[in-house]
Design a protein around this ligand. Structure first.
Ligand SMILES: [Zn+2]
Length: 104
C-alpha cells in the first residue's frame, strides 16, 4: 500500500497523467496510450506499453521533462527502447537520456 501511495505522489508531481484508480493500468509516459505499470520504487517508474515497449523512466527524468515542458518524440523514443531492449535489459530513460528523446 505504501508503494502505491509513493507512486501516486511521483506521478502527480510529474503530471504526465491523471493518477489512475485501477491498480495496474496506467498511461504510457511516452505515447499516453494505455500501458501496464509493472513496478516502481523511489527512483523510477516502469511501464509496458504495447506500442512503445517495456521501459523504465527515472523520477529525475520526469521532473526534468516537466520542468522544461518537454514531450517525448514518440518515434525516436520507441526506436531507442527497441534498440536498447536487444541486450535483454529493460531500458532506463534517465535525466541524461531524456533530452535526447524529446520532440523539439
Ligand atoms: Zn507507449
Amino acid at each position: 500500500m505504501n508503494d502505491r501511495r509513493r507512486e501516486d505522489q511521483v506521478l502527480s508531481s510529474a503530471t504526465f497523467e491523471q493518477s489512475a484508480k485501477q491498480v495496474k493500468l496506467m498511461t504510457c509516459l511516452i505515447c499516453n496510450g494505455p500501458a501496464t505499470a509493472i513496478d516502481a520504487d523511489e527512483d523510477y517508474l516502469e511501464r509496458a506499453c504495447p506500442k512503445c515497449g517495456h521501459y523504465r523512466i527515472t523520477g529525475a527524468a520526469l521532473v526534468l521533462i516537466k520542468a522544461h515542458g518537454w514531450h517525448f518524440d514518440v518515434e525516436l523514443a520507441r526506436k531507442w527502447i527497441a534498440d536498447n531492449q536487444a541486450s535483454g535489459m529493460i531500458p532506463i530513460i534517465d535525466s541524461h537520456q531524456a533530452p535526447r528523446l524529446i520532440d523539439v
